[in-house]
Ligand binder design. Sequence first.
Ligand code: PLP
Length: 403
Amino acid sequence: MSGDQKSALMNTYARADIGFERGEGCYLWDTEGRRYLDFFAGIAVNSLGHSHPHLVKTVQEQAAKLWHVTNVFQIPEGERLAQRLTADSFADVVFFTNSGVEAMEGMIKLARRYHFAKGNPEKWRIVTVEGAFHGRSLATIAAANNPKYVEGFGPAVDGFDNVPFGNMNALRDAITPETAAILIEPIQGEGGIRPADTEYMRALRTAADEFGLLLILDEVQAGNGRTGKMWAHEWSGIKPDAIATAKGLGGGFPIGAILATDEAASGMAPGLHGTTFGGNPMAMAVGNAVLDILLADGFMDQVQAMGALLKDKLEALVAAHPTVFTEVRGSGLMMGIKCNADEGVTNVEMMTRLRDAGLLTVGAGANVLRLLPPLIIEEHHIDEAIAILESVAANWKGEANGA
Ligand SMILES: *Cc1c(COP(=O)(O)O)cnc(C)c1O
């Protein structure tokens, strides 16, 4: 927004005073022609960076062929994308959506309907954890139970029992004969890059099996190769009953999906759930093009290698600047560094200074700064990011160290 004219956009975002004109690979250029290294990636959405030639070509070709028909007809590109998403995963079937929250809503409905169809309509509640973020719909704000997002929006949607993260006793205590499912992000994103470790994930699977519940995961942010495996839960070796995903799957084109086992989806039948735009030929063509890259030989190895390198360098950075940063967390290219609140370092101020120095990063809960680069980054991008982080941390001293 420039000049004195009032913005006609609804007042829901405190937007930075910066607009981007174009992007290429891991870089963005603003309207003044300034270049930024993009470790924001539209909040883990631009998985292949900007203007990836394969995506540009796919969009151009599909745009000239067919955009939309609705799910009343066969959509071959969607059949193909679903086949590819289920081929190497726990899942048997896919429902395509337009966004993360739409996938989350559908997955919540799927879990409730599963028990209804089994003759247990009393099982409809879902155990969730503190610090979660599942989207902005009425049901998903109730599920995550963040007071900031719930207040003023009427009585919270019923059916969610929110327990402390990582506490199996509290979680097991919350399970009643009305419980249908356990819902968790394998790594909390908005909550501050907080991973559910392998032991916790296994304990959740065991509890779900013991009580006949579905284990449903929110992989909207952590999925699609972000952690160096196609799905973040794969690191723990457990198999969920369903996952919701979105962000990285379309590389910037709005796509979401519910992946489920045949069993978890057994309550669904024609007419019970739907979407007008979800799974349209445009979106499906782009999803397939993203998978062409993500599933290529060696791609995930490269993400893992770059993730390990980034982590090493961040750990060295944090060790060198303990008054500015206190901790590195995360997996693959879903990394977070915690800013030192005791020294008055806030992630918001850090983000601003990094941006002024040419590096885009994302804030998160718990005073954590998220680093979510495109999955195509190379070592020189990491070196460039670390150099900017180093210089901003070194120049913080005057205020943070009181030196
Ligand atoms: C972003 C996000 C959502 C919501 O996705 P939208 O596409 O913004 O609706 C849900 N869950 C998690 C973990 C997310 O990161």
